[in-house]
Design a protein around this ligand. Structure first.
Ligand SMILES: [Zn+2]
Length: 385
């Protein structure tokens, strides 16, 4: 295929591209994002290990794979970020808060990194413009707490379908709680995208799980065909702990913190541990914070950077998922505007006046596959993904 000169420059000799493999045989385009947080080197290391052995794929590889390293400056220093979180700024482009509009002011290191990453993604998309349906993106991370592996996804049917193929817990709709992630940016471009969290930041097992996940992903995307034995081997490596059901979860509470320095999670909360309502969880400015709801603790913050103190997740019943899958493909969307307090604001978007529509509205929109965010205390914005 024809590749534009400008794109060729971006894709050749780019230190950000830590693995790049193009087969003669046509196939999917897999784009891997690693090291978006500089203190999470497991994904970078996993890609390096696979790249080193990529001769093994000779003759049985289809399509292309690209691995893009994220926050190069922060990776060098082994810190989550330098000026601002590289995984929270992806929805600012073309808004009034776009860093490019801030004339004169010093721009965060991460903004410049994001422009470069964006440019590489665009070059890959341009290069494979004739096969946009064959793209799969995956973003690899690790957590500050001990954890089994899990998948994060924006709740679209095509993401669900891909995510389901991995034997780990799956967290739906994370984009409603954590905004500006690279995953959301890619989803909004219309591509499938999964986040994979391998375990604690500096555990060797997190690298091994990332390697295993990437092999399974190459298989599920259709880049290589693993044998049954290989598949079982890699599945065993990422498989969850027995006490964490391998199913879908939704976020039911999100504790935001202004300043991680003033926030102290009580020791010992492993990711996904069940908690009862009122369990003491953390201190903020010296004040005890208890769990407002029962569920499972999710991503407790054990580092001094970041704004997500902890989340609480809850299992979603398979029945609910079936129903929502059915309804999303149906024609009920047209009737939403007849609900009290609901105004249509665009082809795929609605605003909900909470003074009028209090109960169940969020659930109804969720069920139908809308992303629900708060415009203000009294108004919800619902956007069909
Ligand atoms: Zn991360």
């Amino acid at each position: 295929m024809q590749i534009k000169e400008a794109d060729k420059e971006v894709l050749e000799d780019n230190e950000r591209l830590c693995w790049h493999y193009n087969s003669e045989k046509p196939g999917p385009v897999l784009v891997l994002l690693v090291g978006i947080h500089g203190n999470e080197p497991a994904g970078v290391e996993a890609v390096k290990r696979i790249a080193k052995k990529s001769a093994n794929f000779e003759g049985r590889f289809y399509g292309s794979v690209y691995a893009i390293a994220g926050n190069l400056k922060a990776l060098e220093q082994g810190v989550r970020y330098i000026d601002t979180d590289l995984n929270r700024l992806w929805e600012l482009f073309n808004t009034s808060r776009d860093y490019s509009l801030k004339n004169g002011a010093v721009k965060p290191v991460e903004y410049l990194e994001s422009l470069e990453i964006k440019r590489v993604i665009e070059a890959i998309i341009n290069r494979h413009a004739d096969q946009l349906d064959d793209f799969v993106f995956a973003d690899l991370h690790t957590t500050s707490s001990q954890s089994c592996a899990f998948i994060l996804l924006n709740d679209t049917l095509s993401n669900r379908e891909l995510a389901r193929k991995f034997p780990v817990p799956q967290i739906l709709g994370i984009e409603e709680n954590i905004q500006g992630t690279l995953l959301s940016y890619i989803n909004n471009l219309g591509f499938r995208a999964l986040g994979f969290e391998a375990g604690a930041h500096d555990d060797e097992i997190s690298i091994e799980r990332s390697v295993a996940f990437l092999h399974l992903l190459l298989h599920q995307a259709g880049n290589i065909e693993l044998t049954d034995v290989e598949r079982r081997k890699y599945s065993d490596i990422i498989e969850v702990y027995e006490d964490v059901p391998n199913t879908y979860y939704e976020v039911i509470h999100h504790k935001l913190v202004d300043n991680a320095e003033d926030f102290q999670m009580i020791e010992g909360f492993e990711n996904f541990i069940p908690i009862e309502k009122n369990t003491p969880l953390a201190y903020e400015h010296g004040i005890l914070i208890r769990a407002p709801k029962s569920g499972r603790i999710f991503m407790p913050l054990y580092q001094k950077k970041g704004h997500d103190g902890f989340l609480i997740v809850k299992e979603v019943s398979p029945f609910w998922l079936e129903v929502s899958g059915y309804l999303r493909r149906s024609s009920v969307h047209g009737f939403l505007r007849f609900l009290p307090g609901v105004t249509r604001t665009g082809n795929r978007s609605f605003e909900v006046d909470l003074n009028v529509a209090r109960f169940l509205v969020k659930d109804i929109f969720h069920l139908l596959g809308y992303r629900v965010t708060e415009k203000n205390e009294f108004t919800l914005i619902c956007y069909r993904r």
